[in-house]
Design a protein around this ligand. Sequence first.
Ligand code: MN
Length: 207
Amino acid sequence: MTNNKYPFINIPLPYRYNALEPWIDTKTMMLHHDAHLQTYIDNLNALLESNPDLQQFTLTQLISIAPSLDEPLSTHLINNAGGVFNHRFFFNTISPNCNQVSCNELIMAITKQYGSLDDFKALFKAEALSVFGSGYTWLVKTIDGNLDIVTTPNQNTPDFSQNILILNLDVWEHAYYLKNYNKRAEYFENWWHVINWNAASHYYKYQ
Ligand code: MN
């Protein structure tokens, strides 16, 4: 991921806004990237502009040190650095291509641990539906080498020192309300069609 330090820019999507139709609609993609993510970029830049001693840190370093800072800076940094990182991660693990479940190392690990991809899907979906309010569902590899499905509230991010991040699903209503209204389960099923399994497998293997 490029542009990992201040000043942050909103990296264009690696596909067209309409590329994920009919699963994720064009207007949602435009608003999600150009309005929602842009706001996190702008807020993070403004925060770092007024805290120049933090400008040396990368995006993931900012997220890691944020909990140790004084309030309200700590919360503002968790929300906005997290908002940038989590959205970039989400947009990079969906794609109009690479959606085929091929026999890669991640799929083999999922099958080994969860029994089948369908069993994994059911568990991930249940976790996604369990998030109260706004947040994310993540597939991670923990330090013992096992996979785990975890959720984070708001724009929080799983602890980088304990987890390798593989896949995330944004379950904020802004990610699906225009198309799916309040039906998060329907959004989940649509998202499942556009998962970039190549990218996810890459994170599983190399990070
Ligand atoms: Mn979002």
